[in-house]
Design a protein around this ligand. Structure first.
Ligand SMILES: *Cc1c(COP(=O)(O)O)cnc(C)c1O
Length: 434
């Protein structure tokens, strides 16, 4: 096929290749980059892909064709996909599995996108004279994953913005322990304020002229492309074994993870239903029910990494499926309350001897609400987005014992921390950019 080009979801008609879209992050008109076409893979195309890295290189190749990333895509994928994302059957019931995305350096799925993005940026920036400043607004997990993935790389600096007092102690440690080319800003506000702060920088002509900024939020194309790959690899594995496409239930906040699943299905991967699980921040389920898109202020819940009232990637999803009925045929979404999250954690600890993070628990709750007939028809995959040890203050009192800390996380927890307090206004940030 011809090279895939990328355009803004808004009015800017400029067409870019993948490397250009990744380097920019956000389009100059404030829009997000979307591919103008999708490849159309058949399952047999992946017959020789044994590892996640191989599946990833094959799937992403057409998306980066014609860009500076094309020649090194295999190497990038080998770098980035260096930890497993296994599909683990739940309790010997072969019709439901958990896709464990938490085996990376910061124990959450965002390691996948961050590591791929860092590997791409390193190549894109190889000969630049002025360092690229990467801005990341985080509700907890993104910032840590991006900081870990970029730490120590040359020609790139990372500024992380997180809502003061609204991330867990262990998350905060993962944001603030790095130093060197990584700075952590503790913002007096909510996640949405952090996100708006980053957007304000991109819309500020003076700052944009003085520096080279990019983003590493789930708005960056370089985060979405790799997230397609674990859906591809998992769905192919199940399809090969069972001859039927599986469905996925995805804990959803800013909608980057679930959108990647939609893209993977559009690229021809054997994926059936895509079901979104949100917490009390239910802009998406309400929209699918009611019809008007009404982003809101976020509310705090037990599943803090999905406390998003105005999911950025909705703009991409609505660009792709502007008709509401069309959109409803692509995804469904269900909101889960804090009480239901807590009960699910307790229930599955007893039922399966499994401990979920609060986000993963939303997906399990949604699974339990399916009709028994639906559950039997085909394989369901619950997407486990973080290790429960990252949210031990919520999980441990519920299950009444400690959660083992994975080794990579334990190493980070030993390091000293440093963060810079700022208000949520662009003016207070301007001072730091001289
Ligand atoms: C970021 C995050 C999510 C939500 O992913 P989105 O791509 O923002 O929808 C879910 N769970 C965890 C643990 C996360 O860190």
């Amino acid at each position: 096929m011809t090279n895939i080009e990328y355009v803004s979801t808004r009015t800017d008609p400029t067409r870019l290749n993948a490397a250009e879209a990744i380097a920019r992050g956000l389009a100059p008109d404030g829009g997000l980059y979307m591919p103008l076409a999708f490849p159309s893979f058949g399952t047999s195309k992946f017959a020789d892909c044994a590892t996640l890295a191989q599946t990833a290189a094959k799937l992403i190749a057409p998306f980066v064709q014609g860009s500076v990333l094309a020649d090194s895509i295999e190497q990038i994928c080998t770098d980035a996909f260096d930890f497993p994302t296994p599909v683990v059957p739940l309790n010997n019931d072969c019709a439901v599995s958990v896709l464990e995305l938490f085996h990376g350096p910061t124990a959450a799925f965002k390691d996948v996108g961050a590591r791929f993005l860092a590997a791409c940026m390193e190549r894109i920036e190889a000969d630049s004279s002025q360092p690229l400043k990467i801005l990341v607004a985080t509700s907890g997990d993104t910032g840590g994953a991006v900081a870990a993935a970029f730490h120590g790389r040359s020609n790139v600096e990372v500024d992380v913005f997180y809502p003061a007092g609204k991330v867990s102690a262990r998350q905060e440690k993962q944001l603030t322990c790095w130093g060197d080319n990584i700075r952590a800003f503790r913002v007096d506000g909510r996640f949405d304020d952090c996100q708006n702060l980053v957007k304000a920088v991109f819309e500020d002509t003076a700052l944009m002229q003085a520096h080279r900024f990019s983003s590493a939020n789930s708005i960056n194309l370089g985060r979405l492309l790799p997230q397609m790959c674990y859906y591809a690899h998992a769905s192919l594995e199940i399809f090969r074994n069972e001859g039927k496409a599986p469905s996925f239930i995805v804990p959803t906040g800013n909608l980057g993870n679930a959108l990647a699943c939609v893209w993977a299905r559009r690229a021809g991967l054997p994926i059936r239903n895509i079901v979104l699980a949100t917490n009390a921040n239910k802009s998406i389920p309400d929209f699918l029910k009611g019809g008007d898109w009404q982003p809101r202020e976020s509310v705090s819940t037990l599943a803090s990494a999905i406390d998003v009232g105005n999911p950025s990637n909705m703009e991409r999803l609505r660009w792709l499926h502007s008709d509401l009925d069309d959109l409803r045929s692509q995804i469904t979404a269900h909101a889960v309350t804090d009480k239901q999250i807590a009960r699910q954690i307790v229930k599955d600890h007893t039922r399966f001897d499994q401990v979920w993070c609060p986000h993963t628990a939303t997906a399990l709750f949604v699974y339990d609400q399916l009709e028994p007939q639906q559950r039997k028809e085909h394989h369901w995959v619950i997407v486990a987005t973080a290790h429960p040890a990252k949210f031990e203050t919520i999980v441990e009192p519920l299950i009444k014992h400690e959660v083992d800390v994975p080794e990579s996380l334990a190493r980070i927890l030993e390091l000293p921390s440093k963060s810079l307090p700022i208000s949520a206004q662009l003016e207070s940030l301007r001072a730091w950019y001289g």
